[in-house]
Design a protein around this ligand. Sequence first.
Ligand SMILES: *Cc1c(COP(=O)(O)O)cnc(C)c1O
Length: 372
Amino acid sequence: MKAPLLDLEPIHTPIRDELRQAVLTVLDSNHYIGGPELENFEREISAYCGVKHAAGVSSGTDALLISLMALNIGPGDEVIVPSYTFFSTAGSVSRLGAKPIFCDINPITYNIDMEKASKLISSRTKAIIPVHLFGQTVAMPEIIQISQDNGLHVVEDAAQAVGAKYKNQMAGSIGTFGCLSFFPSKNLGGIGDGGLVMTNDGNLYELLLSLRQHGATQRYYHSRIGGNFRMDAIQAAALRIKLHHLDEWTKIRRANAAYYLDRLKDLEIQGYIQLPVEVPENFHVYNQFVIRAVNRDALQQYMGDHGIGTAIYYPLPLHLQECFKESGLKRGDLPESEKAAEQTLALPIFPGLTNEQMNIVVETMRRFYASV
Ligand SMILES: *Cc1c(COP(=O)(O)O)cnc(C)c1O
């Protein structure tokens, strides 16, 4: 591979000794679930994101699930979600017996189209899950306004956006809950699965702690039904180390994005591709660098043949997934989500990617479009 989509090696190499030490310390502590590493991590990431409380959980998916559980969402309830997102944004709604209501996206930011979302609100709507897709935040004041006007909770899916900002507010710090994922490929990735729920509401935080532990308020006394949504100490220990480097990695991601934005401008002018747009109020963290491309599938094939890793996030919007056919939506109903699924391609952007590798990405794209 000349330029893989993601390589954790150059990211972990400079901190490998520290990570090893942290893992061994947890091993020798004989304390593997929660505990002081987790408490310290929760404190540190709350400070980083500017929220009062954070509860580490087993995954980003479980962060969404436990947030919706804390809001008592269940059968008969509706939750508005974008159709163009990772599966668990909507899967978590369905798992609780509630109905995900799929909304189309803004074609420039790929984030939920709030004007369309406001038309989907019914008397059954309990919450909305804006997804800060690819590392760029949704326009939060609009969401908050519409939600307040309609008595809805906002659960931010910030799984791709830790460190991203809307003006001075961090992604995940604005809604009732903010959810993070530490899946290893995310911009703050653990060494296994992990997630986090953030909130400024002390009562809801207590509820999260109970739900994370089978709904117990005290060991073996359960006031509600929860689950095992706990985070391992080893993840917390590794994430504490990686959190120190997040700003530096974000800076590199943004510099890599700037490189592509500059070097690929001419292909955009020629109409072959559309580059990502950073909205002025936003601080984009480029968890992914996603372009639209003419002849996308052929381009991806060509890039792959020339040793360049790319990915399609996401090839099929959620309203067209087999498991959500009850939504009754058909092809053509959410055209922007469908177009994005057909046209987008993610290029390598990870910190550790060299200029030489990015140059190969750019030149390979040029050669592809020169030949079509
Ligand atoms: C990764 C991701 C999740 C789920 O996170 P996991 O930790 O993999 O469960 C949810 N939403 C979005 C938008 C994601 O990218």
